[in-house]
Design a protein around this ligand. Structure first.
Ligand SMILES: [Zn+2]
Length: 320
């Protein structure tokens, strides 16, 4: 009996999937790559991501099973003829990705490859994969591609949204990682792995929910109904608030979707004459946080505009 592949992070798959096993393999490799990012195994995630490229290109060019060893260099040359160059598709950068894949495949990797591989994933691996899915299969991975992706005309329609691949719980933080990296990559001393923190946390939270045993679930429900969970969160909140200045606010957590749990600290020194600067965040429910040096990611991460909160603090301090 024929069975269809199942996916964990995808809400939609392209129509070609049923007739094209390499495309199913590509999407499976992409999901594996995300799982490896959640474990901070960036070199291994890069290998899986390039496998996803290779299989997608085999599907697009209908490479027969007898030619399963078709090499990536040849496939990339074919792709360059079909894909419209854009900021997410660069033949020169694609070759660097391929070289790194070959190096890791044949010689393994060490901790010093972590940053290089995280950078390549942000700069080429995931953007290029999203680009080739979009252009060769009419399959945008992230909903934000509908607005920002170079299109010939018009705004996205409902049917465009229907074919977005990733569930937004994971698509949104992947977009944030790619978009923010592109905006900040020229800034000195930024660790590329910071851009993956929200995505990795959202992925781990998803696993945690599916891996919790019935007994653990029951204990959580009891803790919630007895008020123990709430009490524990309040205790954590008091501890975190003590470490922050008064220049703080509490919002909806974009990682665990819980209201009033996401503590954000602004830079008190900038309150006088701006610009608004976010320093640190911590969720008392899921314990997501960003290193203070990555606090610049907070405005893009939260779902609401931070500026009114900043202004309210300025009013409280008598500055407006
Ligand atoms: Zn949270």
């Amino acid at each position: 009996m024929m069975t269809t592949p199942e996916f964990r992070f995808l809400r939609f798959t392209p129509a070609e999937l049923e007739d094209s096993p390499p495309l199913a393999s590509s999407l499976q490799a992409f999901e594996t790559s995300l799982e490896l990012v959640s474990l901070a195994r960036y070199p291994a995630a890069l290998l899986a991501c390039v496998n996803a490229w290779e299989s997608a290109l085999k599907a697009a060019f209908q490479i027969p099973e007898s030619d399963w060893k078709a090499n990536l260099r040849t496939l990339l040359m074919k792709a360059d003829d079909r894909i419209t160059p854009c900021e997410w598709w660069s033949p020169a950068r694609n070759l660097i990705l391929r070289e790194k894949r070959n190096q890791i495949t044949h010689y393994g990797y060490t901790p010093k490859d972590t940053d290089a591989c995280a950078t390549l994933l942000l700069e080429v691996g995931y953007p290029g994969l999203a680009c080739l899915y979009e252009q060769l299969f009419d399959f945008p991975l992230m909903r934000q591609q509908l607005g920002d992706f170079p299109r010939t005309s018009g705004s996205p329609s409902t049917s465009d949204f229907d074919k977005v691949g990733l569930i937004s719980q994971w698509g949104d933080p992947l977009w944030l990682a790619l978009d923010q990296f592109q905006r900040h990559q020229a800034t000195q001393n930024l660790a590329p792995t910071w851009f993956f923190h929200p995505l990795a946390s959202a992925l781990r939270l998803g696993f945690q929910k599916s891996w919790t045993s019935p007994a653990e679930n029951e204990a959580l429900v009891l803790a919630e109904s007895d008020g123990i969970l709430c009490e524990q969160q309040e205790q954590v909140r008091r501890q975190v608030v003590r470490q922050m200045s008064d220049c703080q606010t509490t919002l909806f957590c974009p990682i665990c979707d819980t209201a009033d749990t996401f503590l954000i600290e602004f830079d008190e020194d900038a309150l006088d004459d701006g610009p608004m600067t976010t320093k640190w965040c911590f969720c008392v429910a899921c314990h997501f946080s960003l290193p203070s040096a990555a606090g610049f990611l907070i405005p893009a991460l939260v779902t609401e505009d931070l500026f009114p909160h900043w202004q309210a603090l300025r009013v409280d301090c008598g500055l407006e």
